[in-house]
Ligand binder design. Structure first.
Ligand code: ADP
Length: 738
């Protein structure tokens, strides 16, 4: 039990005082905190972790600000005990409140993102460590002597000492029993080393130095500003914001800084880059960490000790007591949008966090989102431009291959010009990347006899052939099955045919064409987990791979000095569908992937295979005229009042009962109040209507920018009761239209 001991208790109320009422919020899907009586004589401040009865159990919650209700005291339960953990700060509580209001998710669900499991808030058990007592027992054996030799410096556990000394644990304990070692407690979550601020970063270019100066000015002023570092890939954005980190720590060595990055696979390389700059590794935060490593980061952030945190989007919700700077790298990346649980966009919330707590937020990107560009144009954000690559490396030369004029042979996917370019590159001893954002062997498996398409059970999703494992896999539900010998609809044997290419199929073609070349495939199937991905990335960086065939995993952030050719197998892939950001996303992804070429001395080029050579987005990529493309995109969105020129929300209804779903959607639509500047669209079926047995429908609400969309939605949703068989979720500013 981790009850606060007397020394940590808040001041006692005077004897005979009435028991204090406080509000307690639990990390459960609850829209509000509940009233409790404080334990006898104490008045815990907002932010204090407590354990209190809730239903049949006692659970960990947090004392929340707010006026208590009117309920008579005999109806209230009493807090069981206070937890010895650093309290949540007022600005974090404010941020949780704001986030719940904005996203329309329960307050307790947002709190849950901060405190994760209650285990984090409770201190772990101390481990027993040993160090030299300074007294040698009379009987010293050679084994004991070896332990003495190992026991210098910081205290170590019995097993660590035994391992270093090459003896059994019993020898260590024996020596301790004889008085040669003394026992000490060691915290299983050791503090992170402080960054070395005496280190000097690299000599900055003039553009970089100007940018740093501007950011430092905001940091020193200690006020909020969102600053976009807008620079092509390899222009030195990272160096610029690392100087901003140094400046924030110089100003206040106890400040905390969060650096958000979109891709876990990038963290290892990124952590070592930060370590190089500050001579200490930052605190990591992402889903692949072990439970112990997560607890260490959480606790060391909570007690203010971890200075620099590098993590995925959820690092925004760590309990920093002294957050002073947030950096969102690759701010345009879709990975910042969380779609499960509380739906939020980490970039947008990072800006809110900075604005409410009064510190700068830095966004970095080579292809900033339209939202951010409009915020810069309208003067809300500052921008720092880094127009050229560092040290004069040239941007790749991009051209299109019109597949209507230069088709691939039947059953093949690489056109003659792309094949020739790869062959040339191979002959020159240079590396090539073939990019296709599609996992597996073939995206569709079709019966040649009856036309049956293989789909996942109870879902409208296609099964993707993974030939390597000889299975059919659904990328949406995770369902998989061995590839059947016969069509399940007409029983025709050997009639199931793969249609279209995935990376595995392109690799098959590449191996047939260039049998001598070192060819690797990189996708989340072929390299499950960050370590496996890292191995391929390192091999590519070190020149051990001639041709890498990869999905978007290879597109982000990596530095491949010997890569000079990028071939995009299907540049049209992201353009289909009704997603309002389809063209923008295609532009971002393709400039990132083509930006991998020619990052060092040798110039690079990129070839894009397309059936839509007239598409504006592809033309913009070729001409490198990003601003003209964004201006045209902006006009399109303005004309339709789509974000960022208007607000958008989706109400998603899901049910296993299709009739109930239809009724609920119709009833909800009928109850929509008329609102000035508000359009309600739908209900419409989701493009993938059935997923894991659940049918899904959606209403879209479009509002003028000055409309309080949340208030409108709240008023509307309050009027309609949805049956319990139908789940209703609000997605403010939706990104995913599946
Ligand atoms: P970006 O983040 O814009 O892609 P990086 O900051 O990663 O660019 O810089 C690209 C490469 O150039 C990196 O290897 C980086 O270390 C190097 N670089 C950038 N700025 C400087 C500088 N001022 N001095 C030395 N090397 C630099």
């Amino acid at each position: 039990m981790n009850v606060k001991e007397a020394s940590n208790l808040p001041p006692k109320a005077p004897a005979g005082a009435v028991l204090q009422r406080v509000k307690v919020l639990f990390p459960l899907p609850l829209f509000k905190p509940y009233d409790y009586l404080a334990p006898d004589g104490v008045s815990p401040a907002p932010g204090t972790f407590v354990r209190a009865p809730f239903g049949p159990r006692e659970i960990i919650g947090v004392v929340w600000p707010g006026a208590p209700d009117e309920a008579p005291p005999e109806k209230l339960k009493t807090i069981a005990d206070l937890i010895d953990a650093p309290p949540l700060g007022g600005d974090l509580i404010d941020f949780i409140d704001w986030t719940a209001g904005y996203t329309m998710f329960p307050l307790g669900s947002v709190l849950r993102m901060v405190i994760r499991s209650g285990d984090f808030a409770a201190p772990p058990r101390m481990q027993t460590g040993y160090r030299l007592s300074g007294v040698m027992p009379p009987r010293m054996t050679p084994q004991r002597q070896a332990v003495v030799g190992a026991a210098g410096g910081a205290p170590k556990s019995a097993s660590e000492l035994a391992e270093i000394a090459g003896v059994s644990d019993a020898v260590v304990r024996g020596l301790a029993g004889a008085g040669g070692l003394s026992k000490v407690d060691i915290d299983p979550d050791p503090p992170f080393a402080e960054p070395d601020l005496s280190r000097i970063g690299c000599v900055l270019s003039e553009d970089q130095a100007d940018g740093v100066a501007e950011i430092v000015e905001h940091i020193n002023r200690g006020a909020h500003k969102t600053i976009l570092i807008d620079g092509v890939t390899g222009s030195g954005k990272t160096e610029v914001y690392l100087e901003a980190v140094a400046a924030a720590l110089h100003k206040d060595p106890t400040a905390q800084i969060a650096i958000l990055i979109p891709e876990i696979a990038l963290t290892v390389a990124f952590l070592s880059r930060v370590e190089e700059r500050f001579a200490t590794a930052p605190a990591p935060w992402h889903s692949e960490l072990t439970a112990a490593a997560r607890r260490r980061t959480w606790r060391r952030v909570a007690d203010g000790q971890a200075r620099i945190v590098v993590g995925a989007r959820s690092a925004l919700f760590l309990p920093y007591p002294k957050l002073r700077l947030i950096i969102v790298d690759e701010e345009h990346d879709g990975a910042y949008k969380q779609e499960d649980g509380v739906i939020y966009h980490a970039r947008d919330l990072a800006v809110v966090r900075g604005a409410r707590s009064g510190f700068p937020v830095i966004l970095a990107s080579a292809t900033p989102s339209l939202e951010t560009v409009v915020n810069v144009d309208e003067g809300r954000y500052d921008a720092i431009g880094l127009p050229s690559r560092f040290a004069g490396a040239a941007l790749p030369d991009i051209s299109l291959i019109d597949m209507r004029a230069d088709p691939a042979e039947t059953g093949r996917w690489l056109s003659p010009p792309l094949v020739a370019a790869v062959s040339e590159n191979l002959a020159a001893g240079e590396q090539s990347l073939l990019f296709l954002n599609r996992r597996g062997y073939a995206p569709l498996t079709l019966c040649r006899r009856c036309g049956h398409k293989m789909t996942a059970p109870n879902s409208d999703t296609m099964l993707v052939e993974h030939r390597f494992e000889n299975r059919l896999v659904c990328h949406h539900t995770g369902f998989s099955m061995p590839k059947p010998a016969a069509c399940p609809a007409c029983n025709a044997v050997d009639a199931l045919a793969p249609c279209g290419p995935g990376v595995e199929r392109v690799a098959e073609e590449a191996r047939a064409r260039w049998p001598e070349a070192a060819i690797s495939v990189l996708s989340s199937d072929t390299a499950p987990g960050p370590r496996a991905i890292r191995e391929v990335i390192d091999a590519m960086r070190d020149g051990a791979i001639d041709i890498l065939i990869a999905t978007q995993i290879a597109a982000k952030g990596h530095h491949f000095p010997g890569l000079t050719l990028v071939g995009v197998v299907d540049a049209d892939l992201g353009l289909a569908g009704g997603d309002l950001r389809a063209a923008e996303r295609t532009y971002q992804l393709l400039s990132q992937v083509t930006g991998r070429a020619g990052r060092a001395e040798k110039p690079g080029r990129a070839l894009l295979q397309t059936y839509q050579s007239e598409a504006a987005v592809l033309k913009a990529l070729v001409s490198g005229d990003r601003d003209a493309f964004l201006a045209a995109e902006a006009e399109g969105r303005r004309a339709l009042s789509f974000p960022p020129y208007g607000r958008l929300a989706a109400i998603i209804l899901r049910s296993r009962d299709e009739a109930a779903l239809d009724c609920a959607a119709t009833a909800l639509r009928a109850a929509a109040p008329n609102g000035d500047g508000i359009d309600v669209l739908g209900p419409a079926r989701a493009p993938i209507y059935r997923l894991r047995g659940e049918a899904r429908m959606r209403l879209l609400v479009k509002a003028r920018r000055d409309v309080n969309l949340q208030a409108y939605l709240q008023d509307w949703l309050r009027r309609v009761k949805t049956p319990s068989s139908v789940r209703r979720i609000v997605d403010i500013n939706p990104y995913s239209f599946l």
